[in-house]
Design a protein around this ligand. Structure first.
Ligand code: PRP
Length: 178
């Protein structure tokens, strides 16, 4: 892997503008429901969650959940394991799962199952990025920031072998660097 800066796929400005739109849509949808619990999926969602949550204009609380996928490198085996469950009681609450990216969909499908067992009032899903052509599981994403192609992306929370998570934009890892 080289140390060069990944080329920009989605700029900081575009991300910020889309987050304003998403926050407006989510705020409108949950206004009558009295607020929601944002469940950030570690680690990748931490920056998206921080920015989106601060743009909402409805009552909200924050939880985190952590999973790990078995498999090496960039290839997902589809087997997901719970590493850390939510800490707070979400029974009877409106839950919005916050993901940085939905790729095969295995992680999101697994998370919905885990969170359903806590008997929330509702569960919806929000992903900054959706790689539709990589889908292996039919899982609904209620709020999508950007659809992307089948490229490996980094930055704004996403990593490649833990590298480039804190780039301020979404960049592409070029095939030669994977
Ligand atoms: C990424 C991402 C999603 C998952 C999506 O997490 O944050 O949780 O993969 O992939 P899927 O749709 O194919 O299941 P990753 O395993 O890279 O962990 P990280 O968030 O800690 O980097």
């Amino acid at each position: 892997m080289s140390d060069k800066t990944p080329p920009v796929l989605i700029s900081e400005d575009k991300i910020a503008a889309r987050i304003v739109e998403l926050a407006e849509q989510i705020s409108a949808d949950y206004e009558e429901k009295g607020g929601l619990v944002l469940v950030g999926v570690l680690k990748g969602s931490f920056i998206f969650l921080a920015d989106l949550s601060r743009r909402l204009r409805i009552p909200r609380t924050i939880e985190f959940i952590a999973v790990s996928s078995y498999g090496s490198g960039s290839v997902s085996t589809g087997a997901v394991r719970l590493v850390m469950d939510v800490r707070g009681n979400i029974e009877g609450k409106h839950v919005l799962i916050i993901e940085d990216i939905v790729d095969t969909g295995h992680t999101l499908a697994y998370l919905i199952g885990i969170l359903e067992s806590h008997r929330p009032a509702s569960i919806r899903t929000c992903a900054l990025l959706h790689k539709a052509e990589a889908a292996q599981v039919d899982v609904e994403i209620d709020y999508v920031g950007f659809g992307i192609g089948d490229e490996w992306v980094v930055g704004y929370g996403l990593d490649f072998a833990e590298k480039d998570r804190t780039l301020p934009y979404i960049g592409v890892v070029e095939p030669a660097d994977q």
